[in-house]
Design a protein around this ligand. Structure first.
Ligand code: 3HC
Length: 397
């Protein structure tokens, strides 16, 4: 921890880059906590388990000292005039009183352990992309029977192949044997008809991030799934309430936002809409723990915790590059603060099209002009340089 603090507060150019990108992110985390959107524990856990950060943002403010962060932001604000760089009121207060977010949080009620209210044995997954494949793998490895539905046999076969490839990788590393692989494979059932989801206890959908497409699916799931089945969406930016509203069971509709790569990242944001029943939220949180994930709770608002904190930081990195700082220097400066990837490396993993869509949604939801998608992010997407998936993004693969 001290190593990270020393790196961020050093006098060199890399530390200057880190402060320029980290301080607005820390400020936003302070605002999020102050608004009551999520608890300190959940905000810190979200960035650690969703993005592999070594420390959550509010713990990092405490480690750096609120006054260090508030002064750094004030300097940044002098340069930029951006309202987003004005220290959040709570951060400014902590800076003056030399107190911490940990002390602020301990004044609140302690979180209770979730309990399951519905047995969840059989799981359905809809979708055949990277996230869907990862989610199928996670549930099957945890011992659940999984029915996954693709639009064609080829797409369903691709999910099976991706899961098998990851299991083979685990075997090659000595972390799994052939019998273990067979047991996981035996729990998988591929389907091309949604009717196959009639007897599952929960459906997790990971199809296209398009509201009309999701609404069509939710209407169909409502018709097909047995009463009491939980209908979960992995959306990162669409409204859970709108998905719930087209069903006859809004209390059973919830968000389960997994992170990329799903088999590795431990976080699931469990997103309750106003109509989601607390029993369903508790059941889903318990399910997350059962499959080795760390659930955090948040409300039905674009970006939830992680994307709302992460993507403005990634966008700021692109703007810093536009101001003349080489991409490699930015990636290196951030990795020196122990982030697992530099911002341009991560943009290429997530996909620049996905990142642009998320950033656009965040601007619409929060109205911060300072979050307007960077011109270069828009340019790489227009040129089809979407990241690793197209062989070229900010970096070439
Ligand atoms: N699928 C399955 N397993 C994978 C994998 C993949 N795509 N990539 C890596 N792994 C596994 C490896 O097999 C290895 O497993 P092991 O420890 O059991 O042997 C483990 O992950 C670590 O992998 P590596 O040693 O090869 O690589 P790294 O140490 O560099 O870690 C990383 C890779 C875990 C991806 C790390 O770089 C990281 O944490 N990056 C940050 C990713 C991130 O921020 N994700 C969130 C993006 S935002 C999002 O998803 C929201 C959405 O709405 C867009």
């Amino acid at each position: 921890m001290q190593e990270i603090v020393d790196r961020i507060t050093a006098e060199d150019e890399a530390a200057g880059i880190a402060r320029t990108l980290l301080f607005p992110y820390l400020n936003h985390a302070a605002t999020m906590f102050e608004s009551g959107y999520a608890t300190k524990a959940d905000i810190d856990a979200a960035m650690r388990f969703g993005c592999g950060y070594p420390i959550g943002p509010l713990d990092l403010v405490d480690a750096l000292g609120a006054s260090t962060v508030a002064e750094g932001l004030a300097h940044l604000h002098e340069r930029t005039g951006d309202q987003l760089h004005v220290p959040a009121p709570l951060l400014a207060r902590l800076a003056v009183s030399s107190s911490t977010f940990a002390e602020e949080a301990s004044a609140g009620a302690a979180a209770e352990e979730p309990v399951s209210h519905h047995p969840v044995a059989k799981v359905g997954v809809v979708g055949t992309g990277t996230m869907a494949s990862g989610i199928v793998e996670v549930f099957a490895k945890a011992g659940h029977d999984v029915v996954f539905v693709g639009r064609t046999d080829e797409k369903a076969a691709a999910v099976q192949a991706r899961v098998e490839k990851n299991l083979d990788r685990a075997i090659a590393k000595g972390k799994l044997d052939e019998a273990g692989k067979s047991a996981v494979i035996d729990r998988l059932t591929a389907a091309t008809e949604r009717e196959a989801l009639g007897d599952v206890d929960i459906v997790v959908e990971a199809i296209a991030e398009d509201l009309d497409i999701k609404l069509e699916l939710f209407r169909d799931l409502d018709r097909i799934c047995k009463p009491g089945a939980i209908l979960a969406t992995t959306t990162s930016s669409l409204s859970i309430a709108e998905c719930a509203a087209v069903t006859s069971r809004p209390a059973d509709v919830i968000g389960m936002h997994f992170f990329n790569p799903a088999p590795v990242m431990k976080l699931v944001e469990v997103v309750s809409a106003d109509g989601t029943s607390p029993e369903v939220a508790d059941t889903v949180k318990t399910l997350c723990l059962d499959i080795g994930k760390h659930p955090v709770s948040c409300g039905d608002r674009a970006g939830f915790i992680v994307n709302a904190l992460l993507f403005p930081y990634l966008n700021d990195a692109v703007r810093l590059h536009e101001s003349g700082v080489p991409m490699g220097d930015i990636d290196d400066a951030m990795k020196a603060t122990k982030l697992p990837m530099g911002p341009f490396e991560l943009l290429d993993v997530v996909g620049n099209d996905v990142s642009l869509a998320i950033q656009t949604t965040l601007v619409e939801a929060f109205g911060h002009e300072g979050w307007t998608p960077a011109a270069t992010l828009q340019k790489v997407v227009a040129e089809g340089k979407l990241g690793r998936k197209t062989g070229e993004g900010f970096h070439t693969y």
